[in-house]
Ligand binder design. Sequence first.
Ligand code: WQD
Length: 334
Amino acid sequence: MKETVLLTGGAGFIGSHIAVELLQRDYDVVIADDLSNSRPDVPERIEKITGRAPVFYRMDVSDRQALDRVFRAHDIAAAVHLAGYKAVGESVQKPLAYYRNNLDTTLALLEVMADHGVHRLIFSSSATVYGNAEAPCREDMPTGGCTNPYAWTKLMIEQILRDAAKADPSLAAVCLRYFNPVGAHESGLIGELPNGIPNNLMPYITQTAAGIRRELTVFGNDYPTPDGTGVRDYIHVVDLARGHAAALDYSRSHPGWEAINLGTGRGSSVLEIVETFQRVNGVAVPHRIGPRRPGDLPTCYAATDKAARLLHWHAEKDLADMCRDSWRWQQSQQ
Ligand code: WQD
C-alpha cells in the first residue's frame, strides 16, 4: 500500500537525496521547507531525476497552523525531520536562533503528528552528539560534551524524542546519527549548496578545484593520526538517503526510541581526500598546511554493526564515488 512521507527540510542537500530515493521506492513525498538552505528549483530537479513530482510547501516548519494544513491535506504515514539550521560556526555566533529554530520546528512537528495520529518519525541527528568520544563511536556510548550550540540542539532533540516515546508507546522515533555526508546524485542535478564560504571540507575542495577559492587550508597536520591530518567517516549522501529508506521500513514495526549511526565505519584523513579527489578527477587542489581549527577532533568514525543488524543497511559507495560525484555537481554549477 503506497505511503506518503513528509520530509521537513526536504529541499536541502540531504533531504533532496532522500526525496529521490523515496519517490523511486514508490512512496509519495511531501516536502515542507523554508528554502533557507536550498533553492526553489530543487523540487523540479527531483522530478527530473525520478519522473515523479514531490508535493512542495514553502513554509516555516515551526508554524503549527501551516503544518496542520499539510497534515489535513495529505495522509501522512511518517515524517523525516531534517528542517534545522546546521552550520556549526554560525551556531556559536547565533545560539538563540539555533535553539529557537531547531527546537521549535521539532516541537511543532511532534504536536501536529500527535494531533493527526502519525506515529513514525525519523530524525536527522549527528555524530557530534558523541562529543569527543573515542572512535569508533558506538550508539551505547555516553553522549554530551557537545562543543557548539548546533550539536546541543541535536542532543536536546534526541532527548525530546526519548521522552515523547516514553509518554506515547506507539511512537517510533529513530535518531539517525550522520557522520560526514559528502558527494551528490550521479545525475549532477542535486547536491550541496553551501551559503557563502564553505565550512565543510568537500565543498571547499570542489570550489578550490573550480578556481572559486584560491587554495585549501588543511587545518593542522600534527594530530595523532597516520598522516597527522584529521580523520573522519565520509559517507556518500546517496548511501545516507538509502539508510533513511531502511529506517522508514524499520519504524513500521518497531515503536520506541532508537539511535543508529549512519557511517561507513572507515576513517579517511584530509590529505587522503585531497589525494583521492585529485587522482579520480584529474584536477589539482592547491592546498597548504595551516593551524588546527579550534574544537576539531583528531579522529571520528562510526561503529556500523547496529545499522546492519536493525536496518539491514550498510554504505556501499567509496571515496572515489564521493569525489567523482562531488566534482560533477560542482562543474554543473559553473
Ligand atoms: C572535516 C575535516 C577538518 C575544512 C562537521 C560538523 C558535523 C557535520 C559535518 C552537520 C576536519 C578538515 C575542513 C577545511 C580542513 N555537519 N577541514 N579544511 O568538522 O568533521 O563535521 O560537518 O551535521 O556536525 O561538525 O566536518 O567537513 O568541517 O571537516 O582541513 O577548509 O576536514 O579539520 O578534519 P566536521 P568538516
